[in-house]
Write a protein that binds this ligand. Structure first.
Ligand SMILES: [Zn+2]
Ligand SMILES: [Zn+2]
Length: 80
């Protein structure tokens, strides 16, 4: 079975890479290894930007400090 990889998050000023555990948050973004990213794309077909499921099927970003509420105006109206 595939292992979770540590995920590249950023490069420091001295040129060394910062790696974090898959699934942890870095600078407000969920860091996922390739395997989890593929799984998230399957689990959240409506999309996601920072964390899985934070983009609705209309492409509206619904995440942020308060957490995703997963409803834009069009979602609330039941539009496709
Ligand atoms: Zn993973
Ligand atoms: Zn929507």
């Amino acid at each position: 079975m595939e292992q979770h990889a540590r995920v590249w998050a950023m490069t420091r000023r001295d040129g060394t890479d910062v790696e974090v555990e898959c699934g942890s948050f870095f600078a407000g973004e969920r860091m996922l290894c390739e395997r989890c990213e593929r799984q998230a794309e399957r689990d959240y077909p409506q999309g996601w930007r920072h964390s899985p499921g934070d983009v609705c099927r209309h492409g509206c970003y619904l995440g942020g400090a308060s957490g995703p509420d997963l409803m834009c105006g069009r979602c609330e109206n039941g539009e496709d």
